[in-house]
Structure formats: structure tokens, C-alpha cells
Design a protein around this ligand. Structure first.
Ligand code: ADP
Ligand code: MG
Length: 259
């Protein structure tokens, strides 16, 4: 609706016509629970094709941040922009189903009564043939084409997670939000699935926000790490830089903990 060329809601950081706004930008997000700021002035920018890891200990506000971007939780202040367009502030709000966001959680959340094909096709629009073609394309990308007519309970945890990935990517989301997506998986499988997932994400053109409490996962997958503690981003940068030059003692001990 608000598509005037000189959109007054475009954030001020990239005012010139040729500067492309980031795919996702959150500005000064805050969320209070019981009078406490669990997300406290968080700002981030993620480009299309970039994987940003929001890394921090349990309870620091990662999931709440992600849920606000998804639109299932409302911020108390701050704004969210997609491709430079405001999608949410404290008065204006694009509903979750219109945000073109793919979501993946730890527990996969596949529909148990639907086949693999119907799970992947769930959010798709178009003719039956178009949907079937996209489903087959994605299932072969995650190497599960032979399971197209199986049901979730017939698959292993790793296979279910790959179906969840195929389902989230099927509608070509502009943004992928992943909340501890590998935590439920067997240690042995995890690295392989992390690499496969990363390769697939890189083929699609989404901005990816991956939430994790595991430094190792962030080091393996991120283009950029945002280190979060007690509701705030305390450091941000390329994995190597964040790891070799931690901002403070708490960051040092977080990275050296084997959690
Ligand atoms: P993380 O994902 O980093 O583990 P969360 O975003 O889930 O952290 O939670 C951050 C803090 O906010 C925690 O202290 C949690 O208990 C609190 N919290 C989250 N959701 C609610 C809620 N709906 N009501 C009250 N407190 C909440
Ligand atoms: Mg969480």
C-alpha cells in the first residue's frame, strides 16, 4: 500500500537512489517482560545471501528477537524493515503470513498427518503441477526425492530437518529465520547437516538469521556473528575477528566454555 517512490519510512542510513537497502534491517528493537528489557535496543542489518548468526547464552533474548522479526511477538519499540520498507513498528504491522519469511525451529514442526510432499507444498501457491515441480526440485536438493510420499514418522531426525528446510525454502522467502535448528540432532549428523543446509541456503537468495548458543556452530556457518548478552548486541563482526578479538572478558569465557 505504501509504495510511493520517495517513501518517508525508508530509514535514513542509505538515502541515495543507488544505495540498495539491506534485505532485513531491525532498528532499536526493545521488548519488556515483567518490567525487564529482555531485548534491549537491538539493531542489525542483513543482506540477501548473507548468513548472520545471533550467538549468545540461553536466556539472552535471541528467540524473542527472532519472534519479533517473524511477527509472532510485538516489540515495545523499534522498527523492522525488509528491502527498505517498513513492515513493523509500534503502530503499523504487516501480519506474519505476509512477511515472506521462512521459519525453522529445533523441533522441525512438520505436520505428522501430511506426506513429505504435502508438508513441503504447504505454503505454496499455484497450480498442482507447479507445486509438484517445486516440491520435487527442493526434495532432490536435500537428497530426499525418494521419500516424497512417505510420512514424517518414517524419517530420521536429520531427514525430518531437511524436509523442514525444503518446506521453509519452497515459497522462496526473502528472509530465513532459524532458531537452534540443529540442537535436536545427533552429534554425529550435525556437521554434515550444517554444511548441507549452508550450501542450500547459499543457492537461495534469502537473508538468513540463525540463532544459536553454540560458538562452534556460528563459526562454521556465519558470514557475520552478532554476539548477544542480556538483551544487547555486545559485539559484531566476521567470525574470525569476533573469535580472535573478543570484546570483553565475558565474551572470552563464553567462547572458551564447552557448552
Ligand atoms: P534465548 O532464546 O536467548 O534463550 P529468550 O528470547 O527465549 O532467550 O528469552 C529471553 C528472556 O525473556 C528469558 O529470561 C525468558 O525467560 C524471558 N521470556 C521470554 N518469553 C517470555 C514471556 N512470554 N513471558 C515472560 N518472559 C519471557
Ligand atoms: Mg531461544
Amino acid at each position: 500500500m505504501t509504495s510511493a517512490p520517495a517513501d518517508p519510512q525508508t530509514p535514513s542510513g542509505y538515502p541515495t537512489a543507488d544505495a540498495r537497502p539491506p534485505r532485513l534491517e531491525i532498528r532499536n528493537l526493545r521488548r519488556f517482560f515483567d518490567g525487564r528489557a529482555v531485548v534491549d535496543d537491538v539493531s542489525l542489518q542483513i543482506e540477501a545471501g548473507q548468513v548472520m548468526c545471533l550467538l549468545g547464552p540461553s536466556g539472552c533474548g535471541k528467540s524473542t528477537t527472532l519472534r519479533m522479526i517473524a511477527g509472532v511477538e510485538m516489540q515495545d519499540s523499534g522498527e523492522i524493515y525488509v528491502d527498505g520498507k517498513l513492515i513493523c513498528d509500534t503502530v503499523f504491522r504487516v501480519p506474519p503470513e505476509r512477511r515472506e519469511i521462512g521459519l525453522i525451529f529445533q523441533d522441525f514442526a512438520l505436520f505428522p498427518h501430511l506426506s513429505v510432499a504435502d508438508n513441503v507444498a504447504f505454503g505454496l501457491k499455484g497450480s498442482k503441477d507447479e507445486k509438484r515441480a517445486r516440491v520435487q526440485e527442493l526434495l532432490s536438493k536435500v537428497s530426499l526425492a525418494q521419500y516424497i510420499d512417505e510420512f514424517p514418522h518414517q524419517l530420521s531426525g536429520g531427514e525430518q530437518q531437511r524436509v523442514a528446510l525444503a518446506r521453509a525454502l519452497a515459497p522462496k522467502p526473502r528472509i530465513m529465520l532459524m532458531d537452534e535448528p540443529f540442537s535436536g540432532l545427533d552429534n554425529r549428523l550435525r556437521d554434515g547437516i550444517r554444511d548441507e543446509t549452508l550450501a542450500l541456503l547459499k543457492e537461495e537468495d534469502a537473508a538468513v538469521l540463525l540463532v544459536t548458543h553454540e560458538p562452534e556452530e556460528a563459526m562454521r556457518m556465519a558470514d557475520e556473528i552478532a554476539l548477544m548478552r542480556a538483551g544487547k548486541i555486545v559485539q559484531q563482526g566476521a567470525p574470525y575477528n569476533v573469535y580472535t578479538r573478543p570484546a570483553d572478558r565475558a565474551a572470552v569465557s563464553f567462547f572458551s566454555d564447552t557448552n
